[in-house]
Ligand binder design. Structure first.
Ligand SMILES: Nc1ncnc2c1ncn2[C@@H]1O[C@H](COP(=O)(O)OP(=O)(O)OP(=O)(O)O)[C@@H](O)[C@H]1O
Ligand SMILES: [Mg+2]
Length: 244
C-alpha cells in the first residue's frame, strides 16, 4: 500500500493552474527529492501532501484513505502524522525547550514524556547544551537543527522539507543533510525534500521527482534522473542548460 497516491490532481488559484494533472505514488520509508525551476509548483505539491491545502480536482489518498474532500476533523489527526521543516524555521519567544514543547503539549502528552522526548531529540541533533537557550539567540544553522529536533519529537511518519538548507553555510548544510538521512534510517521516516540544490538531491534522495510548469515531467531513481533521464526537459534541467 503506498503512503500517498495522487490521481490526476490539479490545483488552481484564482485562474492560475499551478498543478496540472499530477499522478504520483509515494512509498513509505523512502527518501524523495522534488526538483524543478522556481514556480514549478514544488511547494504547492508539498502543501497538498501535508494536507494543508486540498486539490481543486483529482483524488488524494493517504494510506488508502481518500482525503481530497475531507473535513478538518478527519485531516487534523492525519496531519499530525506529518511534519514540515521550512527554509527559515520560526522560533517563538522563550527557550529552545519552550519551542519544542508546543506541539507535544497540543498532542496532550504528559510532562515527563515531553521532557524525555526533548532530551533525546536534542541529543540526536547534537544540541543538548542549548535546551535552556533563548530561541532568539540561536544561529541560522542551530535554528534548522532545532527545527529538525522538534520534528523528531513528533515522531512523524512523513518528514517534509522545503528548502531546509537554503540559507545555510556549507558546514551547516552538511550537518542538516546527515541529520535528515539519519532520521530516515533510524525511524524509517518517509522523507520528501524540495531543494534547488541538485547535489543535495543526489546526496539525500533515493527517488527524484522533476517538476516543470505545474507538471511532473519525470520520476525515477536519483541515478537515472542525474545520469540518464528519459525526458529532454529533465536533461536540460540537471545539466543546467534549461532557459527559464
Ligand atoms: N496561495 C497562492 N495563491 C496564488 N498563487 C499561488 C499560491 N501559492 C502558490 N501560488 C503560485 O503557484 C505557482 C507555484 O508556486 P510554488 O510555490 O509551488 O512554486 P515552487 O516550485 O515551490 O517555486 P520556488 O522554487 O520559487 O519556491 C507560482 O506561480 C505561485 O505564484
Ligand atoms: Mg517553493
Amino acid at each position: 500500500m503506498p503512503l500517498f497516491k495522487l490521481e490526476n490532481i490539479s490545483k488552481i488559484y484564482a485562474n492560475n493552474t499551478v498543478l496540472k494533472n499530477i499522478d504520483l505514488t509515494i512509498e513509505s520509508g523512502i527518501s524523495y527529492a522534488i526538483i524543478g525551476p522556481s514556480g514549478a509548483g514544488k511547494s504547492t505539491l508539498l502543501r497538498l501532501m501535508n494536507l494543508l491545502e486540498l486539490p481543486s480536482f483529482g483524488n488524494l489518498y493517504y494510506n488508502d484513505q481518500s482525503v481530497a474532500n475531507a473535513n478538518e476533523s478527519v485531516l487534523l489527526p492525519l496531519r499530525r502524522q506529518m511534519t514540515m521543516v521550512i527554509q527559515n524555521s520560526q522560533m517563538l519567544a522563550g527557550t529552545v525547550e519552550d519551542n519544542m514543547k508546543i506541539g507535544l503539549k497540543l498532542r496532550g502528552l504528559p510532562n515527563s514524556i515531553i521532557q524525555e522526548k526533548i532530551k533525546q531529540a536534542l541529543a540526536f541533533v547534537g544540541l543538548k547544551n542549548l535546551v535552556n537557550r533563548k530561541a532568539n539567540t540561536l544561529s541560522g544553522g542551530e535554528i534548522q537543527r532545532i527545527a529538525l529536533a522538534r520534528a523528531i519529537t513528533l515522531e512523524p511518519k512523513v518528514l517534509f522539507l522545503d528548502e531546509p538548507t537554503a540559507n545555510l553555510d556549507p558546514q551547516n548544510v552538511a550537518m542538516v543533510e546527515s541529520l535528515i538521512s539519519d532520521i530516515q534510517k533510524q525511524f524509517s521516516t518517509t522523507v520528501i525534500i524540495v531543494t534547488h540544490n541538485l547535489f543535495q538531491a543526489k546526496r539525500i534522495a533515493e527517488e527524484v521527482i522533476f517538476m516543470h510548469q505545474g507538471k511532473i515531467i519525470e520520476k525515477a531513481s536519483a541515478k537515472t534522473i542525474f545520469n540518464d533521464p528519459a525526458e529532454n526537459l529533465t536533461k536540460q534541467f540537471v545539466h543546467g542548460t534549461m532557459i527559464y
